[in-house]
Design a protein around this ligand. Structure first.
Ligand SMILES: [Zn+2]
Length: 253
């Protein structure tokens, strides 16, 4: 390393022009390698009651995380089968994940029939453990939909049983319809630059009346953007007791 240190005056004086030209790109390459090593790659799991929930609540943040080189999995509690078939819902989620460069995963429960008991706490924990995330983002637990409350509860129990080994954040989705009483956020992510990508991921769930739900969520993004002094933002609450090894603001920058 020493022979490329331009600030070493003794050696600098001895360098001829050829040595100097050789030294500059090597120094730049060394600096790039150091920066790449310092920028850690994180694993983030975003859990949702149904296909579409993570995309609507945190689609902009997911896009920013994946474009920063992090690995993001969208873990859905069920396949969303109801009036629309599982086949269609799974295909829509696959498309949404492709847009956001995330990976879909299912906890294999039934839409509208969420079960929270010891067996399901354990099976859900196994899924989280296998993913080994640095952070998990889930529903705010006070919500009008029982499937949303269920996955928030299952996620919190995994976090507790796994001794707080990952950072836990809460998102808001379709406020008023679903999330209620979401208090003061601790983190804001500016999604202005990726708002179109988020919209495409939400509209990939074409069977789920995006013309109704997307404007509702977009109003929330505009309100959070106003609070965060930008055009569009997503807001999160960090669970107290989370480790300080992951920070959503750092990971999305
Ligand atoms: Zn839902």
């Amino acid at each position: 390393m020493a022979r490329y240190t331009l600030l070493d005056q003794t050696q600098g004086l001895r360098m001829n022009r050829r040595d100097l030209l050789k030294a500059i790109p090597l120094t730049a390459a060394a600096a790039t390698t150091t920066l790449a090593q310092e920028k850690r790659k994180y694993k983030i799991v975003v859990t949702g009651g149904h296909p579409g929930d993570p995309e609507y609540a945190a689609g902009g943040t997911i896009a920013r995380l994946t474009s920063a080189g992090h690995d993001v999995t969208l873990l859905y509690l069920n396949d969303g089968a109801w009036e629309t078939s599982a086949e269609i819902r799974i295909a829509e989620a696959k498309r949404a994940c492709e847009i956001l460069k995330a990976r879909p995963l299912y906890a294999n429960q039934k839409n509208g029939h969420a079960i929270v008991d010891n067996d399901h706490y354990q099976s859900f924990q196994k899924i989280i453990e296998a993913e080994a995330p640095d952070a998990v983002i889930t529903h705010w637990p006070i919500d009008n939909h029982p499937d949303h409350r269920a996955i928030a509860n299952l996620t919190f129990e995994s976090w507790k049983q796994l001794k707080h080994r990952f950072a836990l954040y809460y998102f808001e989705v379709s406020d008023g319809e679903d999330t209620v009483q979401f208090p003061a956020p601790t983190h804001y992510v500016d999604i202005t630059a990726v708002a179109d990508m988020k919209k495409s991921a939400c509209y990939a769930h074409a069977s789920q009346t995006p013309d109704f739900y997307y404007p509702l969520q977009d109003t929330v993004a505009t309100f959070r953007g106003f609070q965060a002094a930008t055009k569009k933002a997503e807001a999160f609450i960090l669970q107290l007791g989370s480790p300080n090894t992951f920070d959503l603001t750092v990971a999305t920058s």
